[in-house]
Design a protein around this ligand. Structure first.
Ligand SMILES: *[C@@H]1O[C@H](CO)[C@@H](O)[C@H](O)[C@H]1NC(C)=O
Ligand SMILES: *[C@@H]1O[C@H](CO)[C@@H](O)[C@H](O)[C@H]1NC(C)=O
Ligand SMILES: *[C@@H]1O[C@H](CO)[C@@H](O)[C@H](O)[C@H]1NC(C)=O
Ligand SMILES: *[C@@H]1O[C@H](CO)[C@@H](O)[C@H](O)[C@H]1NC(C)=O
Length: 292
């Protein structure tokens, strides 16, 4: 008891000092952080107080099927050689329940060796709610939360460092990020982010897992459905469309495609080896090997 009274006179100067500090901190950040948002008005971001949280965590869940062994091993190479200095990024493969006897051994080997597989309680499906099961299961499956969670296809090449850099100054809250559809749209509110690879902040993951809105809208194109949930739920006030940094491989999808560019975050629709070859070569992924 005595001690508390002794400390009390110290608290007031401390409070005064910290409000002084916060005041300057606030002004400093505002001055510095308005710039990137003003420079991209088309992204319609309405964030005012943004702190420079330089380091963040991101889970990239690649929705794929258990039988796609070869693709998975290839993607492990593609992501295994990448890293980011500004983010902790974990790449995992997402399945529904295993449904063949051999999976127990073959997938078991992968889990023992790589520990990068998440098996959801669902039956493999294209437009039957796997994306919902993915997001809604994460709060109970994961031991720790991530700042952001991404859903990606297995025919997309994501460049982790450019992705992390493009997220660095964005909000960590109520965020919906990706490549907005329709392809000609530059407004992230019109309409929704392509399933090639879109990302939401953790609060939205939690909202998806507890809201009644997604539960009644599970069937249909998965990326479009996510856009509808967020619209009906009035979520994702912060949106960002990464154009022209995300796109479909040249010539594969009309206005969604364009030539490869240096500022790429993700290229989608890589179905053939010659397309992967072109892309990996363009981005110099093996440049460290001088002899090549
Ligand atoms: C952003 O877009 C939404 C929906 O189109 C609109 O309601 C809002 O006023 C826009 N905000 C700004 C700052 O342009
Ligand atoms: C934000 O953090 C990065 C890396 O930690 C640093 O280079 C940059 O100068 C910081 N920006 C501001 C406005 O503090
Ligand atoms: C998996 O889903 C089924 C059907 O929805 C349910 O009956 C079962 O209890 C679930 N299993 C687990 C382990 O959650
Ligand atoms: C790949 O390397 C070449 C040769 O060094 C360089 O000219 C080119 O700009 C690099 N490409 C990218 C996308 O950085």
């Amino acid at each position: 008891m005595q001690r508390n009274w002794l400390i009390l006179p110290l608290i007031f100067p401390l409070l005064a000092l910290s409000s002084f500090f916060f005041f300057f901190f606030f002004i400093f950040l505002n001055v510095h952080l308005k710039f990137p948002f003003i420079s991209s008005p088309s992204n319609n971001l309405t964030i005012i107080h943004q702190t420079n949280q330089s380091h963040f965590s991101l889970l990239i869940g690649i929705l794929t099927r258990p039988d796609n062994y070869d693709r998975r091993h290839f993607l492990r190479l593609v992501y295994g050689i990448q890293s980011s200095s500004s983010a902790t990024i974990h790449v995992k493969f997402i399945f529904c329940n295993l449904n063949k006897p051999q999976h127990r051994i073959f997938i078991g080997l992968e889990i023992l060796r790589f520990n990068d597989i998440i098996i959801l309680n669902c039956t493999e499906n294209m437009n039957g709610g796997k994306t919902y099961t993915y997001f809604s299961s994460l709060p109970t499956i994961l031991a720790a939360k991530y700042d952001y969670v991404m859903k990606a296809d297995d025919d997309v090449f994501i460049r982790l460092e450019p992705l992390a850099l493009s997220l660095r100054m964005l909000p960590r809250f109520d965020l919906y990020y990706g490549f907005v559809i329709p392809c000609s749209s530059q407004n992230p509110f019109v309409e929704y982010m392509s399933g090639m690879g879109f990302l939401v902040s953790w609060d939205i993951v939690e909202w998806i897992s507890r809201s009644e809105i997604p539960k009644t809208r599970l069937f249909g194109p998965e990326d479009k459905m996510v856009g509808e949930w967020l619209k009906i739920g009035r979520k994702a006030k912060n949106r960002y469309t990464e154009k022209p940094g995300m796109y479909d491989y040249p010539g594969t999808n009309g206005k969604c495609s364009h030539e490869l560019i240096k500022e790429t975050v993700a290229v989608h629709r890589l179905k053939r080896w010659d397309q992967w070859l072109h892309v990996l070569d363009f981005f110099n992924v093996t440049r460290e090997l001088k002899a090549f």
